[in-house]
Design a protein around this ligand. Structure first.
Ligand SMILES: [Zn+2]
Length: 78
């Protein structure tokens, strides 16, 4: 096992600003380790316990609606 040498999985949160309605994305790196989320569903589940702070890049509003999550580099060999 060479856990430390694997690139982190990058989840991309797609949010819609509650104030200006513009989309914002936020990249979250999750190390590939035991217990870490490996799928979008697991990641969203984890968000309920550890919400990622939102900040609109356009108007600095702190309230956003999560509209989707994608994985950026899941094609990288584990
Ligand atoms: Zn905004």
């Amino acid at each position: 096992m060479f856990e430390g040498t694997r690139p982190a999985r990058i989840f991309v949160l797609h949010c819609l600003c509650a104030n200006c309605q513009r989309p914002t994305t936020r990249r979250v790196q999750i190390p590939r380790m035991e217990g870490a989320p490996t799928t979008v569903d697991e990641f969203i589940e984890g968000l309920e316990h550890n919400p990622v702070p939102f900040a609109c890049g356009h108007c600095e509003s702190l309230i956003g609606e999560l509209v989707g999550v994608t994985i950026e580099n899941d094609h990288v060999a584990a």
